[in-house]
Design a binder for this molecule. Structure first.
Ligand code: PXL
Length: 272
């Protein structure tokens, strides 16, 4: 049995819907052996409306994790998640280029929910300059795509198309802009651009708000699909079904947050 290997360089979401927890659970669902280099630990404060607190891991310790992981069988795909400062972005760039890593999915995490920036603006500049040029696929949400493209607030599909072209020009071979339910209308729409053609991925909007981790799960599913040998386009389309099922089966964890359920695509009879 040839078991594909995938690496995530990401933070820990202690509530386990997003971050490396989402990545590893998703990799497992795809039959992919998941590995993680941890970049940060995110905790949430139930006494302060679930405010997020990010504690970074020192880059030398991230480097030691990467050295361990890259000392084995060659990984088939990788993704990045939360990179808590520009030094981490530089380390990731160096690791990708020095090891000639392929199937690189960059999830340019700048926010956790909505438009609340949790990470430093200098991160965004470093991600744009260092990680877009090495990305097989970049998966910004609307807010992140607005920043990476330099266009600011994006409100509709036309804006998303323009942003995708800009982000592609900055070096990302393929761009997936996660519009999700943030766009007006009845559909959760995402945009795929491969440098030549656009595809719009839609699913009926799910009305509940238990979608914490959807963005990470979508990017992780693309990564797992690539690790398993799918083309970029097929990996993106399968990932959309996978994440739609996960959102549909999201649940209330407490009064503040409802994560997606990463096992839904396999376990729920009519997941999509
Ligand atoms: O959803 C973005 C995200 C990514 N990574 C980690 C997180 C979050 C949001 O909570 O905690 C570790």
């Amino acid at each position: 049995m040839n078991i594909p290997l995938a690496l995530t360089i990401a933070g820990s979401d202690s509530s386990a819907g997003a971050g490396m927890q989402a990545d590893l659970k998703t990799f497992e669902e795809y039959g992919v052996y998941g590995m993680v280099a941890l970049t940060a630990i995110v905790t949430m404060n139930p006494d302060n409306s679930w405010a997020h607190d990010v504690t970074g891991i020192e880059p030398p310790l991230i480097e030691k994790q990467l050295k361990t992981i890259l000392a084995g069988k060659k990984i088939d795909a990788m993704k990045t998640g939360m990179l808590a400062n520009a030094d981490m972005v530089k380390l990731v760039h160096k690791t990708i280029t020095e090891n000639n890593l392929k199937n690189v999915v960059i999830d340019p995490v700048m926010v956790c929910k909505g438009d609340d920036r949790v990470l430093n603006p200098e991160n965004a500049d470093a991600m744009r300059d260092l990680l877009l040029p090495v990305a097989t696929v970049v998966t910004p949400n609307l807010f992140e795509a607005g920043i990476l493209s330099g266009m600011g607030k994006l409100s509709n599909l036309e804006d998303m198309k323009k942003a995708a072209i800009e982000i592609n020009k900055k070096g990302a071979a393929n761009v997936v802009i996660k519009g999700g339910k943030a766009l007006a209308g009845n559909e959760a729409a995402d945009l795929f651009y491969d440098g030549a053609n656009f595809e719009i991925l839609t699913a009926p909007k799910i009305t509940h708000t238990y979608n914490h981790g959807a963005g990470c799960t979508f990017a992780a599913a693309i990564t797992a699909g690539l690790a398993a040998g799918l083309s970029v386009k097929n990996a993106v389309f399968k990932a959309k079904d996978f994440v739609t099922a996960a959102i549909k089966n999201g649940f209330a964890f407490n009064e503040f947050v409802g994560p997606v359920f990463h096992g839904a695509y396999r376990l729920c009879k009519t997941p999509v």
